[in-house]
Design a protein around this ligand. Structure first.
Ligand code: 5RP
Length: 262
């Protein structure tokens, strides 16, 4: 494994590294899913092993649970934790109101449940995830397998009648098979291009029979830690705007990769 990261991975890494500072001894922490969240889990694992950090993690997917255990984080279920101090997770898009599209990794249901059960949600993202209007990234919706094509037709007809759907929706695949979520459901990706009213859309989609949840996170995120490929990080807070601009170096990255390769 090489120690050299691409600019986008550097951006993800510095965002995750900075966000790890939010975690304090004794906290119950929601751990997101995806490549940026994986950096966070590795950074936190390092602090547990080398710095004596003690916290309990609630993963948002089996992937994150496996990684968290591998790096030495104590994993508990959401029901054991009951309520969380913070959730830190990635996103596919964030806008100026810190509304999000999530679910590119297919974990949106657990991610939304865990984030909503937290005192605060902090998103970690490279600057490429910032958008003026949500929707260029296909909006994932989780549907139950029973009658999924009927659900898909209902979603399409409703959204076309609302002038929201640009193109068709597609069933997410995993090779030849339908992609299956941790809950045994399917994902439909909606190709919308631009979402004019995300709040209304989220409500409309969730009212349809067969839909379990959608990937719009409205009024859930409190702050975004944004990483840049040159090592800069910026923190945007929902109430106070940009609250921090800093620069992290990458010296520790090589250690992290060496550790992972061992
Ligand atoms: O919502 C997610 C998983 O369901 C991820 O947080 C989102 O897809 C971002 O992933 P990445 O950090 O790999 O870009």
């Amino acid at each position: 494994m090489t120690g050299e990261l691409s600019p986008i991975d550097k951006a993800k890494y510095v965002a995750a590294k900075r966000a790890a500072d939010y975690v304090e001894d004794g906290m119950r922490v929601g751990l997101g899913t995806g490549s940026t969240a994986a950096w966070l889990v590795r950074c936190l694992g390092e602090q547990v092993r080398d710095g004596g950090l003690r916290f309990k993690g609630v993963p948002t997917s089996t992937r994150t649970a496996d990684l968290a255990r591998d790096v030495g984080i104590e994993v508990i279920s959401l029901d054991e934790a009951k309520w969380l101090d913070i959730t830190i997770d990635g996103a596919d898009e964030f806008d100026g109101d810190l509304n999000l599209i999530k679910g590119g990794g297919g974990a949106l249901l657990q991610e939304k449940i865990v984030a909503t059960a937290s005192d605060q949600m902090v998103v970690i993202a490279d600057i490429g995830k910032e958008v003026e209007h949500l929707g260029a990234f296909p909006l994932p919706i989780e549907v139950i397998p029973f009658g999924w094509q009927t659900t898909q037709a209902l979603v399409e007809e409703t959204l076309i009648s609302m002038d929201v759907l640009g193109r068709q929706s597609s069933l997410r695949m995993n090779g030849e098979q339908a992609f299956m979520t941790d809950e045994g459901n399917y994902i439909l990706d909606l190709h919308l291009q631009r979402i004019g009213n995300p709040r209304q859309l989220a409500l409309v989609i969730n009212q349809m029979p067969g839909v379990v949840e959608n990937g719009l996170f409205i009024d859930i995120c409190d702050a975004v830690v944004i990483g840049y490929g040159d090592g800069r990080v910026e923190i945007r807070d929902i109430n106070e705007g940009t609250v921090e601009q800093d620069r992290l170096d990458f010296l520790e990255t090589d250690n992290l990769f060496t550790d992972l390769a061992e």
